[in-house]
Design a protein around this ligand. Structure first.
Ligand code: AHG
Ligand code: MN
Ligand code: MN
Length: 323
């Protein structure tokens, strides 16, 4: 409350919505802390709409978002990476004008080995004052987001968000059960020394992507290479490292899967808004993420994100302007 920059432009319902996401973070963090002690590790035996195996914790995290937002009346629609169809909440409309899109548990492959996890969220307004939004109204361009951010369950639990007035980070103080503003006005360095990518996919990439990653590994102290490789398998954690210290994260398209893996509405758009608000850059390799036309709820998109100069270098290689 004493740091106006951290809540500039965040009033009323939007502030309430963000604090409810913070509550979701407390609830999920509590489950994760004792995940190995109670029977919540492993898979449910189901396959989700993304064609991926559902972890018990994916389901628990999704249910937590749904429960909190069913009860608080702050959103009129919810869409999740884990649900084929969105949940529309006509009982909250027209009082609630916001719609929430989320990846309830990011980095699910980390659940069973005590590695970092996260959640990623995006907030848009319903867009029509005369009618309840439909499923299609959730499918919006990244530039239309009014707020975005992520929860990170690492050695501490953090909430990072932007409402278009810079990026702020809060750390959960477990002693008092409250979030404390620990990172005010985060700025991503214009260039870093770290790259994060699943290099096991190297031979699936196009030539430009391979050349760029090869370039990062060349020993050339004058230009600060080689870069260090850091990859946790949790997008929120990997992007968080880059947000604070600079560098680049890539989940590029592949020759046989040009759309890549990550989801535009639940992962790429919200992280792109955060990183741009911190002075960084987010691209598909060919264009700005936030300008990508959203056509479907579960649409995938390549993601190249981080320090502005590093992302520009990657774009040059990927577009064949540099060899
Ligand atoms: P999710 O757990 O929500 O499905 O997301 C996993 C994502 C992302 O967190 C991570 O960067 C990437 O997938 C890891 O994929 P690979 O295992 O292919 O590297
Ligand atoms: Mn994810
Ligand atoms: Mn997920």
């Amino acid at each position: 409350m004493q740091k106006p920059a951290a809540h500039q432009g965040v009033t009323g319902e939007l502030a309430a919505l963000l604090s409810q996401i913070a509550l979701v973070g407390k609830l999920i963090a509590q489950d994760l802390r004792r995940a190995g002690l109670i029977d919540i590790l492993g898979t449910t035996g189901e396959i989700n709409v993304q064609g991926e195996t559902v972890k018990k914790l994916d389901e628990i995290a999704n249910e937590t978002f749904l429960k909190v937002f069913h009860q608080n009346g702050l959103a009129c629609a919810l869409a999740s990476e884990e649900m084929e169809k969105p949940v529309l909440l006509p009982e909250n409309w027209p009082r609630a004008k916001y719609m929430l899109l989320f990846d309830p548990l990011d980095g699910s492959s980390n659940t069973d080995c005590n590695m970092p996890l996260g959640a990623i969220f995006s907030v848009v307004t319903s867009g029509h004052s005369d009618r309840m939004p439909t499923k299609d109204d959730l499918v919006r361009k990244g530039t239309e987001q009014v707020a975005a951010g992520y929860l990170l369950y690492g050695s501490s639990t953090m909430l990072i968000y932007t409402t278009g007035q810079g990026v702020h980070g809060f750390t959960l103080d477990p002693g008092i059960g409250e979030y404390v503003l620990s990172h005010e006005q985060i700025r991503v360095p214009t260039r870093g020394k770290v790259y994060g990518v699943n290099e096991g996919n190297y031979h699936k990439w196009s030539g430009g992507t391979r050349k760029y990653v090869d370039y990062l590994k060349v020993n050339d102290t004058a230009t600060g290479r080689p870069y260090s490789s850091r990859y946790s398998g949790c997008l929120a954690a990997d992007v968080h490292r880059i947000l604070l210290g600079g560098g680049i994260y890539l989940y590029p398209g592949e020759i046989e899967k040009p759309e890549g893996k990550l989801r535009l509405l639940y992962e790429a758009n919200p992280l792109a808004m955060v990183v741009e608000q911190a002075g960084g850059r987010a691209s598909t390799g060919a264009m700005r993420i936030l300008d990508v036309e959203a056509k479907q709820l579960h649409q995938r998109v390549p993601l190249i994100i981080g320090s502005a100069e590093d992302v520009r270098d990657a774009e040059e290689f990927m577009q064949g302007r540099r060899m």
